[in-house]
Design a binder for this molecule. Sequence first.
Ligand SMILES: Cc1cc2nc3c(=O)[nH]c(=O)nc-3n(C[C@H](O)[C@H](O)[C@H](O)COP(=O)(O)O)c2cc1C
Length: 204
Amino acid sequence: MSDAYVLVLYYSRHGATAEMARLIAEGVESTGMEARLRTVPPVAPETTSALPPVPTDGAIYCTEADLKHCSALILGSPTRFGNMAAPLKYFIDGTSSLWLSGSLNGKPAAVFTSTASLHGGQESTLLSMQLPLLHHGMLLVGLPYSESALTETRGGGTPYGASHHAGAQGERRLDEHESQLCRVLGARVGNLSQQLAAGAKARG
Ligand SMILES: Cc1cc2nc3c(=O)[nH]c(=O)nc-3n(C[C@H](O)[C@H](O)[C@H](O)COP(=O)(O)O)c2cc1C
Protein backbone atom coordinates (compact mmCIF):
# COMPACT_ATOMS: atom_id res chain seq x y z
CA MET A 1 0.00 0.00 0.00
CA SER A 2 1.28 3.48 -0.87
CA ASP A 3 1.34 6.35 1.62
CA ALA A 4 1.53 8.86 -1.25
CA TYR A 5 -1.03 11.67 -1.19
CA VAL A 6 -1.99 14.86 -2.99
CA LEU A 7 -2.36 17.80 -0.63
CA VAL A 8 -5.38 20.00 -1.43
CA LEU A 9 -4.60 23.13 0.57
CA TYR A 10 -7.01 26.04 0.59
CA TYR A 11 -8.41 29.02 2.44
CA SER A 12 -12.15 29.70 2.33
CA ARG A 13 -14.17 32.25 4.30
CA HIS A 14 -17.67 31.55 2.99
CA GLY A 15 -17.42 28.03 1.61
CA ALA A 16 -17.14 28.39 -2.18
CA THR A 17 -13.41 27.58 -2.35
CA ALA A 18 -13.96 24.76 0.16
CA GLU A 19 -16.60 23.24 -2.14
CA MET A 20 -14.16 23.41 -5.05
CA ALA A 21 -11.54 21.69 -2.88
CA ARG A 22 -13.93 18.78 -2.23
CA LEU A 23 -14.59 18.30 -5.97
CA ILE A 24 -10.86 18.50 -6.74
CA ALA A 25 -10.24 15.87 -4.04
CA GLU A 26 -12.85 13.66 -5.75
CA GLY A 27 -10.91 14.03 -8.98
CA VAL A 28 -7.64 13.09 -7.26
CA GLU A 29 -9.23 10.04 -5.64
CA SER A 30 -10.75 8.90 -8.97
CA THR A 31 -7.14 8.08 -9.98
CA GLY A 32 -6.52 5.91 -6.92
CA MET A 33 -4.44 8.54 -5.12
CA GLU A 34 -5.31 9.70 -1.60
CA ALA A 35 -6.32 13.39 -1.38
CA ARG A 36 -5.67 15.21 1.92
CA LEU A 37 -7.77 18.32 2.47
CA ARG A 38 -6.10 20.95 4.64
CA THR A 39 -6.79 24.61 5.40
CA VAL A 40 -4.97 27.55 7.00
CA PRO A 41 -6.12 29.78 9.89
CA PRO A 42 -7.25 33.37 9.33
CA VAL A 43 -4.81 36.18 10.13
CA ALA A 44 -5.60 39.25 12.25
CA PRO A 45 -3.78 42.59 12.58
CA GLU A 46 -3.74 42.07 16.34
CA THR A 47 -4.13 38.74 18.13
CA THR A 48 -6.74 39.15 20.83
CA SER A 49 -7.52 35.51 21.57
CA ALA A 50 -6.03 32.15 20.73
CA LEU A 51 -7.76 30.11 18.04
CA PRO A 52 -8.64 26.50 18.84
CA PRO A 53 -5.80 24.30 17.49
CA VAL A 54 -8.34 22.38 15.40
CA PRO A 55 -11.07 24.22 13.42
CA THR A 56 -14.61 23.59 14.65
CA ASP A 57 -15.61 22.21 11.25
CA GLY A 58 -14.19 21.43 7.83
CA ALA A 59 -10.60 20.52 7.02
CA ILE A 60 -7.90 20.64 9.68
CA TYR A 61 -4.99 23.09 9.58
CA CYS A 62 -2.02 22.22 7.40
CA THR A 63 1.29 21.42 9.08
CA GLU A 64 4.74 21.78 7.60
CA ALA A 65 4.94 17.97 7.52
CA ASP A 66 1.72 17.77 5.46
CA LEU A 67 3.34 20.01 2.89
CA LYS A 68 6.80 18.49 3.05
CA HIS A 69 5.70 14.90 2.43
CA CYS A 70 3.00 15.43 -0.22
CA SER A 71 3.45 13.95 -3.70
CA ALA A 72 1.72 16.98 -5.21
CA LEU A 73 0.01 20.17 -4.11
CA ILE A 74 -3.25 21.78 -5.26
CA LEU A 75 -3.62 25.27 -3.83
CA GLY A 76 -6.89 27.23 -3.61
CA SER A 77 -7.94 30.69 -2.46
CA PRO A 78 -10.82 33.12 -2.84
CA THR A 79 -9.85 36.10 -5.00
CA ARG A 80 -9.02 39.14 -2.88
CA PHE A 81 -8.47 42.27 -4.97
CA GLY A 82 -7.24 40.12 -7.84
CA ASN A 83 -4.81 38.20 -5.66
CA MET A 84 -4.74 35.27 -3.24
CA ALA A 85 -6.11 35.82 0.28
CA ALA A 86 -3.69 36.94 3.02
CA PRO A 87 -4.04 33.80 5.20
CA LEU A 88 -2.81 31.59 2.37
CA LYS A 89 0.00 34.02 1.47
CA TYR A 90 0.97 34.17 5.15
CA PHE A 91 1.17 30.38 5.30
CA ILE A 92 3.25 30.22 2.10
CA ASP A 93 5.59 32.93 3.40
CA GLY A 94 6.38 30.55 6.27
CA THR A 95 7.71 27.81 3.98
CA SER A 96 11.33 29.01 3.66
CA SER A 97 12.75 25.87 5.24
CA LEU A 98 11.01 23.72 2.60
CA TRP A 99 12.40 26.03 -0.10
CA LEU A 100 15.92 25.66 1.36
CA SER A 101 15.64 21.86 1.53
CA GLY A 102 14.04 21.64 -1.94
CA SER A 103 11.26 19.45 -0.51
CA LEU A 104 8.71 20.51 -3.16
CA ASN A 105 11.14 20.64 -6.08
CA GLY A 106 9.95 18.49 -9.02
CA LYS A 107 6.48 17.81 -7.58
CA PRO A 108 3.29 18.61 -9.55
CA ALA A 109 1.14 21.55 -8.48
CA ALA A 110 -2.10 23.22 -9.56
CA VAL A 111 -4.27 26.13 -8.41
CA PHE A 112 -7.94 27.12 -8.06
CA THR A 113 -9.98 30.16 -7.05
CA SER A 114 -13.48 31.54 -6.51
CA THR A 115 -14.65 35.09 -7.24
CA ALA A 116 -17.77 37.19 -6.63
CA SER A 117 -17.75 38.73 -10.11
CA LEU A 118 -17.18 37.00 -13.43
CA HIS A 119 -14.29 39.21 -14.55
CA GLY A 120 -13.04 40.05 -11.06
CA GLY A 121 -9.57 38.55 -11.26
CA GLN A 122 -9.74 34.78 -11.55
CA GLU A 123 -6.75 34.54 -13.90
CA SER A 124 -4.63 37.06 -11.98
CA THR A 125 -5.29 35.20 -8.73
CA LEU A 126 -4.40 31.85 -10.28
CA LEU A 127 -1.18 33.30 -11.70
CA SER A 128 -0.34 34.91 -8.33
CA MET A 129 -0.64 31.51 -6.64
CA GLN A 130 1.60 29.90 -9.26
CA LEU A 131 4.51 32.28 -8.57
CA PRO A 132 5.59 30.88 -5.17
CA LEU A 133 5.06 27.35 -6.47
CA LEU A 134 7.54 28.04 -9.27
CA HIS A 135 10.02 29.39 -6.71
CA HIS A 136 9.67 26.05 -4.92
CA GLY A 137 10.53 24.27 -8.19
CA MET A 138 7.10 22.72 -8.61
CA LEU A 139 5.76 21.50 -11.98
CA LEU A 140 2.61 23.43 -12.85
CA VAL A 141 -0.44 21.59 -14.16
CA GLY A 142 -3.26 23.45 -15.92
CA LEU A 143 -6.41 22.56 -17.84
CA PRO A 144 -6.30 21.68 -21.57
CA TYR A 145 -8.79 22.87 -24.20
CA SER A 146 -9.48 19.24 -25.04
CA GLU A 147 -11.85 19.58 -22.06
CA SER A 148 -14.99 20.90 -23.78
CA ALA A 149 -16.12 22.54 -20.52
CA LEU A 150 -13.34 25.08 -20.97
CA THR A 151 -14.93 26.53 -24.10
CA GLU A 152 -18.58 25.88 -23.16
CA THR A 153 -18.47 27.40 -19.66
CA ARG A 154 -20.63 30.44 -18.85
CA GLY A 155 -18.97 30.74 -15.44
CA GLY A 156 -15.46 29.87 -14.29
CA GLY A 157 -12.81 27.64 -15.81
CA THR A 158 -9.43 28.72 -17.21
CA PRO A 159 -6.36 27.03 -18.70
CA TYR A 160 -4.39 28.26 -15.65
CA GLY A 161 -6.52 26.30 -13.19
CA ALA A 162 -10.05 25.73 -11.95
CA SER A 163 -12.24 28.71 -11.06
CA HIS A 164 -15.75 29.50 -9.93
CA HIS A 165 -18.02 32.51 -10.26
CA ALA A 166 -19.85 32.53 -6.93
CA GLY A 167 -21.90 35.72 -7.37
CA ALA A 168 -22.01 38.90 -5.29
CA GLN A 169 -23.64 37.16 -2.32
CA GLY A 170 -22.12 33.73 -2.95
CA GLU A 171 -25.52 32.66 -4.28
CA ARG A 172 -24.24 30.89 -7.37
CA ARG A 173 -23.41 27.22 -6.77
CA LEU A 174 -20.73 25.47 -8.80
CA ASP A 175 -22.28 24.68 -12.18
CA GLU A 176 -21.74 21.57 -14.28
CA HIS A 177 -18.76 22.95 -16.23
CA GLU A 178 -16.99 24.41 -13.20
CA SER A 179 -17.49 21.16 -11.25
CA GLN A 180 -16.22 19.07 -14.16
CA LEU A 181 -13.07 21.19 -14.46
CA CYS A 182 -12.40 20.86 -10.70
CA ARG A 183 -12.58 17.07 -10.98
CA VAL A 184 -10.41 17.06 -14.13
CA LEU A 185 -7.75 19.20 -12.46
CA GLY A 186 -7.62 16.83 -9.49
CA ALA A 187 -7.42 13.81 -11.79
CA ARG A 188 -4.63 15.34 -13.90
CA VAL A 189 -2.53 15.99 -10.81
CA GLY A 190 -3.30 12.54 -9.38
CA ASN A 191 -2.34 10.81 -12.64
CA LEU A 192 0.84 12.83 -13.12
CA SER A 193 1.96 12.14 -9.54
CA GLN A 194 1.59 8.43 -10.12
CA GLN A 195 3.39 8.57 -13.48
CA LEU A 196 6.32 10.43 -11.92
CA ALA A 197 6.48 7.93 -9.06
CA ALA A 198 6.38 4.99 -11.49
CA GLY A 199 9.15 6.56 -13.58
CA ALA A 200 11.32 7.13 -10.51
CA LYS A 201 10.74 3.52 -9.38
CA ALA A 202 11.62 2.14 -12.83
CA ARG A 203 14.86 4.10 -12.80
CA GLY A 204 15.63 2.58 -9.39
C1 LIG B 1 -11.39 41.68 0.88
C2 LIG B 1 -12.07 40.99 -0.27
C3 LIG B 1 -11.64 41.23 -1.55
C4 LIG B 1 -12.29 40.60 -2.63
N1 LIG B 1 -11.84 40.85 -3.89
C5 LIG B 1 -12.49 40.32 -4.95
C6 LIG B 1 -12.06 40.59 -6.28
O1 LIG B 1 -11.04 41.24 -6.53
N2 LIG B 1 -12.80 40.08 -7.30
C7 LIG B 1 -13.93 39.33 -7.08
O2 LIG B 1 -14.60 38.94 -8.03
N3 LIG B 1 -14.33 39.00 -5.82
C8 LIG B 1 -13.63 39.48 -4.75
N4 LIG B 1 -14.02 39.16 -3.48
C9 LIG B 1 -15.11 38.19 -3.28
C10 LIG B 1 -14.59 36.74 -3.05
O3 LIG B 1 -13.53 36.42 -3.92
C11 LIG B 1 -15.73 35.75 -3.31
O4 LIG B 1 -16.82 36.06 -2.47
C12 LIG B 1 -15.32 34.30 -3.13
O5 LIG B 1 -16.24 33.48 -3.81
C13 LIG B 1 -15.27 33.89 -1.65
O6 LIG B 1 -14.81 32.57 -1.54
P1 LIG B 1 -15.11 31.69 -0.23
O7 LIG B 1 -16.60 31.41 -0.23
O8 LIG B 1 -14.30 30.46 -0.41
O9 LIG B 1 -14.68 32.50 0.96
C14 LIG B 1 -13.38 39.75 -2.40
C15 LIG B 1 -13.79 39.49 -1.08
C16 LIG B 1 -13.16 40.11 -0.02
C17 LIG B 1 -13.63 39.83 1.40
